[in-house]
Design a protein around this ligand. Sequence first.
Ligand code: ZN
Length: 497
Amino acid sequence: MTDYDNFIGRVKELSLIGSLSGLMGWDQETMMPPKGGKLRSDMMAFLSSQAHSRMTDPVMGELLDSLESQNLTAEQSANVREVRQSYDKATKLPAELVEEKARHKSKSLQVWQEARSENDFEKFKPYLEKTVELTCKTAEYYGYEDNIYDALLDIFEPGMTVSQLDPLFSGLRESIIPLVKAISESPNQPDTSFLDIGKFSEEKQREFSMKVAESIGFDFNAGRMDTSTHPFCSGAGPNDVRFTTRYDEEFPFGCLYGVMHETGHGTYEQGLLEVHEGTPMGQAVSLGIHESQSRMWENMVGRSKEFWQFYIEEFKNCFDHLPSDLNVDTLHRAVNTVKPSLIRVESDEATYNLHIMVRYEIEKQLVNGNIAVGDLPDFWNSKMEEYLGVTPPNDTKGVLQDIHWSMGAIGYFPTYTLGNLYAAQLYAAALADDPNIPNKIAKGEFTALLDWMRSHIHVHGSKLLPADLLRQATGKDPSSDDFVRYLKSKYTKIYNI
Ligand code: ZN
C-alpha cells in the first residue's frame, strides 16, 4: 500500500466518524426523546475522542511529512494540505487545554441560557472572561502573524485576516448606514396588511416551501426536510442531506425563506462530488462560501420580483384567504421590508451586516485586550446606536442574544457577512455569464443558476482556499462592491429613494 492510500484510508474513516456525529446531531434536534440527552452526549463525546485520537495518531503525522515531499496531483495535494491544517490544529493544543475548554463550554452554555432569560449579564460575565482567556490561549498555540484575531478567523474561514476584513467591512458600513437611513425616512413603506388577515397553516407552508426547494434542485431522494427549534442543515454526506425549518402560522415568510436558505446549504452539500466522498476534495470549503449559497437562494433569488412573478399564483392558491388582488409588486415590497431592529436573526438583508460588525468590533477588541468583558453591555449599546440607530432596552435583547460566545465560537460571526458578500459577487458573475437567469427564474427555471454554482463552486470541494475559489469563479478579489450595488439598485426602487 502506498503512503497516499494509507493516508486516504485513515481520512475516510475520520470522515465516517464525522457522518455518524452529523446524523446523531440531526436526530438530537429533531427526533430524540427528552430523556435521551444524557446518553447522547456520552455518544457524541465518545465519537469526538475517537476522531481526536485518530487525527493525532503519530502515524498520521509521519504520513503527512512523507506525502509533503512526494510528487502529488493537485487533488491529492489539496487533501494533504487540508488534513495538515486539521492535524496541526489538533496536535498544537495540549490535552489539558482541550479538556478544560470542553468542560467550560457546557457550563458556560448553561449559565448563558440562565443569564439571558434573567437579563443578568453579571452572571455570565465570569464565564465569558474565562472563554476569552481560553480562546486567546488557543490562538497563541495555533499561531498568527499580525493579529491574534487572525488565528481565530482562520478556524472558520481559512486564510482570512483582520487586514483583509477591516477595509472590506468599513467600506460596506460607509455605504449601508446612509442607505438604511434613507430607507427608514422614506414615505414609501411596504404594505404588509395582507399578513394580518388570517392564519397561514403549517401544513400549507410545508407544502409550498418544499415545492420551492424541489424546484431549486434539492433532491429529496438524497435528503429530508424536518422541523426543529433552530433551523440547520446537516446530514451524513452528499446523498443524505438533512435540513430543518420551523413554522409560524402568523407569518409564512420565516418558513419560506428559512427553507430557501437551508436549500442553498443543502444543494451545496448534494453538489459535492461523490468520487471524493470522505476526503476534503469532497467537502465544502468554508463557512463563508457555504453561507454564500444559502444567502443567494434566500435573498437574491427568493426576494426577487421574478421569483414572485412565477410563484404568486401558487402562493395565493395555497393560502386562499389572501386578497385576490394581492399583486407581485406588493408581495415583492413586503418581503423586502427594511427596519433597523435589535435582534440579528430577525433582521433584514440591508441591516444584517451591521449587526455582524458590532460583534466583529467587540471580538477583535476583546482578544486584543483593548476592552474588558465588563465593558461589553455599554460597548454593545453604543455600537448599536452608532450603526443601526437603535439602543437595546436590556441585555437580553442586546449583548446576551447570541449563543456563539457561550460556546467559545469567537471569530465565527464574520463568516455571515462574508457569505453575503460572496453571494452577491457570485450571483453577479453568474449573471454576467448568463444575463437570462432572471427571465428563467420568472418562469420557475432555476437550473441555469444551480448549474453555474455546481460547476464554479460545488464540484471543487476544498481544492482551493475560499478566497482563491472566489477569485477563480468571479475573476475578482473578495469585495463588497457587488453586494452594495445589489442593495442600492434593489432598495432605491422599492423605497423610491
Ligand atoms: Zn446559513
